[in-house]
Design a protein around this ligand. Structure first.
Ligand code: SF4
Length: 327
């Protein structure tokens, strides 16, 4: 049984369906990347998994941790699980951290709430957690406020908070997006090392396939609130079958190039992501897809072959993949 099992997860907001029939698993110790552009539904999916959807949004389907469906659990039970067994690292730590409270108090808070530690014991534990996320002088940093830290340091504080109760699953939502390339690299390496050390599972949400491919074992591509493709990192990077995954890969490669050649024009996926809940009938990628055929006015079924799933009427074929690899 997978540690985290997501089945037919659907998120609605009033009359709009924002995420529809999402299916994937995360096994113990596994790192899974959830990719897609902003508006593809990946962050809403992670919030639904954590039970943190905003007012007016609701989720149905199944989100099971070790066989327990969290969507049918009481809020009290969900709160217990959020603190002890699942943790989330948010994209923008400055808005997740309280600007008026010292770092040590915030990192130790989960331990005080969920494990009943005294203020002093929680502060001591916070020092050790900051040391684990590579603060050289953690005794000094626990006394600081968020505005006194750099973006990368604040993100490491968020990772320390997530680790505080030794979770079985960490969800990291675009944890490096707001950081420069060097700091991004350091935060990814840190996440990679901590997952190795703790054996926890990681669901890494990102828009850049390059980021996910450095850390993850498997990739799930979302577009239009749906899963359109999934597979191992090697399958997705070497043989992307879905036109949207292929397009993401092309823009991701371009980003790497841009790091070394200033002024380069970045290719982007033609068109833009429609606002949530307003995707075209049939395949949600239809208006932007250069491979659309008549059948695409109907939603393609998801076909599963071994470790791979794909929802597309006219997927990229082998001959095109060979062509793309040629210099
Ligand atoms: S189903 Fe059709 S429109 Fe959608 S990605 Fe495949 S080919 Fe393109």
């Amino acid at each position: 049984m997978p540690l985290l099992r997501v089945r037919d997860l659907t998120v609605t907001g009033g009359p709009l369906t924002l995420v529809r029939d999402v299916n994937f698993d995360v096994n113990a110790g596994e790192r899974v990347g959830l990719i897609g552009e902003s508006g593809s539904g990946k962050s809403l999916t992670s919030l639904a998994i954590m039970g943190l959807l905003g007012e007016g949004l609701s989720a149905r389907g199944e989100v099971s941790l070790d066989g327990e469906n969290l969507l049918s659990a009481s809020e009290r039970r969900r709160c217990e699980i959020r603190g002890n067994r699942m943790a989330m690292v948010f994209q923008e730590p400055m808005s997740a951290l309280n600007p008026t409270r010292r770092i040590g108090d915030q990192v130790g808070e989960t331990l005080r709430i969920h494990q009943g530690l005294s203020r002093r014991a929680a502060r001591t534990a916070a020092v050790e957690l900051l040391r684990r996320v590579e603060f050289a002088d953690p005794e000094r940093y626990v006394r600081m406020y968020p505005h006194e830290l750099s973006g990368g340091q604040r993100q490491r504080v968020m990772i320390a908070s997530a680790l505080s109760c030794d979770p079985e699953v960490i969800l990291a939502d675009e944890p490096t997006t707001a950081l420069d390339v060097t700091v991004q690299r350091r935060v990814l390496d840190l996440l990679d090392r901590l997952v190795d050390e703790t054996g926890c599972a990681l669901l890494l949400i990102a828009h850049d396939l390059a980021v996910v491919s450095e850390v993850c074992d498997r990739v799930v591509t979302m577009y239009g609130g749906r899963v359109v493709e999934s597979g191992s990192v090697a399958q997705i990077i070497d043989e992307p079958r879905h036109p949207y995954t292929r397009a993401l890969l092309a823009t991701s490669t371009a980003l790497s190039v841009a790091e070394t050649s200033s002024g380069a024009n970045l290719p982007s996926i033609p068109g833009s992501v429609p606002s949530a809940g307003h995707f075209p009938q049939g395949c949600p990628f239809r208006d932007r897809c250069d491979r659309r055929v008549d059948a695409c006015v109907e939603m393609p079924p998801t076909e599963v072959h071994g470790t791979r799933s794909l929802a597309c009427w006219n997927p990229v074929d082998d001959s095109e993949l060979v062509h793309e690899e040629a210099p």
